[in-house]
Design a protein around this ligand. Structure first.
Ligand SMILES: Cc1cc2nc3c(=O)[nH]c(=O)nc-3n(C[C@H](O)[C@H](O)[C@H](O)COP(=O)(O)OP(=O)(O)OC[C@H]3O[C@@H](n4cnc5c(N)ncnc54)[C@H](O)[C@@H]3O)c2cc1C
Length: 359
């Protein structure tokens, strides 16, 4: 029989998304033995920039931040990661109802300014990971169960046993509660709140079309699309800052998740052809991520859960099992839960918590 590998830690962080990597970054100069386990074969979780030779990097997960996201902004400044304002143009294509034609409407000043990282949001992920010992980051390790013992806490994947003094889970609370088996039940109130906690953007479909030129920036056009008709309700210019590589990026209505990729693409092209004509069909590349089909982000809800429901509840931030298990992750943050800023705040919160307790 194959022997399972055993890895010892003071703190085991489950999940190498923004929260997990940020926490490890904050703890990097302590004497603590930290390991991070990640189910996917890549870092970043809900942050995922896809790069392709000579084309603009495309963010299939998180993209935008605003001036209110001070925790994230402070981190980007600390790591010297440049941002650029999102280009909206002066007008937007607006399609109010299916029975009326779309029109160009004045857009300037309508929106709070938003920014995106110049080379895509994964820049932040790779910068943080650069501070860590790669031998301590274990990819393709799906934690299946957690056992609380007298002297510590143990997490198990299919081939490895992770023995630790403390575990910090950075999974969205719903996913944690519904995908990892525990040897002890979660306290009732915590369990019921986790089971009603929305995973931000878990049902979303992000789509991107890469082009040779930005035809939407010509006169009487726009790359900003707001449509009540869909299937794309919102779309924006996603071109590179050097002005040489071009793309349109948007969200597709999440209810199209069960279609085939080609069927979604046909519907997207049909919608955009209404606005721009046949040049839409000349795309260089189509990218999509159906987040609902990502098992390490989303698992079906047992009941109807509203966007942001139960996000940021104080109960998520209370350590359990005699401080051996701490729940973290963007959805647990006291401000901007669900967003990148929430992930940074959550990591900072847990870092302070750990500084106050003996590990
Ligand atoms: C399409 C989309 C668009 C978004 N747009 C924005 C935006 O514009 N602005 C913004 O601020 N935010 C946005 N967000 C939200 C943002 O991405 C998240 O708030 C942030 O990335 C959460 O980071 P996290 O580390 O807390 O969680 P996650 O990124 O979900 O990290 C959790 C990690 O745990 C891993 N994991 C899961 N199960 C297991 C297991 N059993 N064992 C081991 N590892 C496991 C996952 O693979 C993942 O890497 C968007 C999200 C999506 C999906």
């Amino acid at each position: 029989m194959k022997e399972n590998k055993e890895i010892q830690s003071d703190i085991l962080i489950i999940g190498a998304g923004l929260t997990g990597l940020m926490l490890a970054y904050l703890l990097r100069d302590t004497s603590l033995n930290i390991n991070i386990v990640e189910a996917r074969d890549r870092l970043g979780g809900r942050i995922h920039t896809v790069h392709s030779a000579n084309q603009t990097p495309v963010d299939m997960g998180a993209t935008w931040l605003g001036t209110k996201h001070q925790s994230l902004i402070q981190l980007l400044e600390e790591l010297k990661i440049p941002v650029t304002p999102q280009y909206y143009g002066g007008a937007a294509i607006y399609e109010p109802i299916s029975t009326s034609p779309w029109k160009l409407v004045n857009w300037s000043g309508e929106m709070e300014p938003t920014y995106r990282m110049i080379d895509g949001s994964s820049t932040l992920i790779h910068k943080l990971a650069g501070f860590l010992n790669p031998k301590k980051v274990h990819l393709s390790q799906v934690i299946k169960n957690i056992e609380v013992t007298d002297n510590g806490i143990i997490a198990r994947s299919d081939d490895t046993i992770y023995k630790s003094k403390k575990i910090v889970s950075t999974l969205p609370p719903y996913l944690f509660s519904n995908s990892i088996t525990l040897s002890l039940p979660l306290p009732n109130a915590l369990k019921s709140n986790c089971d009603m906690a929305h995973t931000w953007m878990g049902e979303s479909i992000k789509v991107c079309l890469v082009y040779k030129e930005a035809f939407w920036k010509k006169e009487n056009s726009s790359g900003t699309i707001v449509s009540n008709v869909g299937p794309i309700p919102e779309m924006y210019d996603h071109s590179s800052v050097d002005g040489k590589r071009f793309a349109l990026m948007g969200f597709m209505d999440g209810s199209y998740y069960s279609l085939k990729r080609e069927e979604r693409l046909d519907k997207i092209v049909a919608q955009l052809t209404k606005y721009y004509g046949d040049q839409v069909k000349e795309y260089l590349r189509y990218e999509e991520t159906v987040w609902r089909k990502e098992p390490f982000t989303f698992t079906d809800y047992h009941t109807h859960i509203l966007p942001h429901q139960n996000n940021g509840l104080a109960i998520f931030r209370e350590p359990i099992f005699e401080n051996k298990l701490i729940l973290a992750g963007s959805e647990t943050a006291d401000q901007f839960p669900g967003y990148m800023d929430g992930a940074v705040r959550s990591a900072r919160f847990v870092y302070h918590l750990l500084s106050q307790t003996q590990v």
